[in-house]
Design a binder for this molecule. Sequence first.
Ligand SMILES: *Cc1c(COP(=O)(O)O)cnc(C)c1O
Length: 404
Amino acid sequence: MFKINDNYLKLPGSYLFSTIGKKVNAFQAANPDKKVIRLGIGDVTQPLAPAIIEALHSAVDEMADAATFKGYAPDLGYEFLRNAIARNDYKDRGCDISADEIFVSDGAKCDSGNIQEIFSVDNKIAVCDPVYPVYVDTNVMAGRTGTYDASTGMWSDVIYMPCTVDNNFAPDFPKETPDLIYLCFPNNPTGATITKDQLQDWVDYANKVGAVIIYDAAYEAYISEDNVPHSVYECEGARTCAIELKSFSKNAGFTGTRLGYTVIPKDLKAGDVMLHSLWARRHGTKYNGAPYIVQKAGEAVYSPAGKQQLSEQVAYYMNNAKIIKTGLQEAGYTVSGGVNAPYIWLKTPDRMTSWEFFDYLLEHANVVGTPGSGFGPSGEGYFRLTAFGSCENTVEALERIRKM
Ligand SMILES: *Cc1c(COP(=O)(O)O)cnc(C)c1O
């Protein structure tokens, strides 16, 4: 008789976005005349930039001709893309990462979920709280997290690093020593960042205790301040302790097109085993690569025209972020984020819970956001708004919030 992987049964239901969906649908059904504005989703809304569309079209034409047709892509990605990444995202920033340390994939969600496979089930993970749910849930599926306590929303074998207003949303070193440390800066959901010195401290810590940092840099393109690191490899010693995840979703609008990459330096070893070899083996065995046409589109992200158009796209979203942040501040809210990230993290007023504020905002402003408690227990009493809407809707949403 077959048995299932009953780690899956330990997962609490995907409560957050299904509950939001149900509440919004119920509100809309009861109030068909009201225009609901959604500032909850973490998905982009601007179309792909012209330079990317052009690259897609020409790659499609190549696929129509036997002379230029492409079948399976190389396991780890096409050289043209890996070279463009190595040059633009690393070499030009003074980071020592070579093209053959880059693994092209179909996105950072999959990579952040899959990467734990190359580590023993005995490893203990540390995560920020609140956190992007993928890191914890994929470790639950692997059986690495112990038991779930519904009253605290915490797993017995996970090390939580609270990120609240008290530490400026930057985690402190945990009391218990972790084996794997998930860090994401600029952060989803808080929109917070850490300085290069702070990240250097984490790299030094990881090297000292023998931990691996899994660094999610999905929002790197939104960094506007000088002392904020764009890559963990800006830090000395990161080559022996850090894996970096990148995505084309948020900087270039590839959420539906799908492209990302993972960096594993060859100096990152357990004894004399390179993690690079394990991940290469996994890619070769379980993955057949991002499509050629999408990798060509990814190459266009690094062309002069692509860079120019994408910086305008990021600026468009960051203008929304500014509208949200200043609008909320003027209305008397305590807000953070929105400077190096497309997320604004606000303290709920009058000691409301995150869900109470969700209902209040939906009822009185017809605006949808995301309750902070959905990202972890330390998110309780906070609320996330995103800058990924249209400018018109963002302006209107803030006018309504100010009138509440
Ligand atoms: C959006 C996001 C990603 C990107 O995932 P893709 O699979 O590349 O679309 C990765 N990490 C975080 C924290 C995100 O918010």
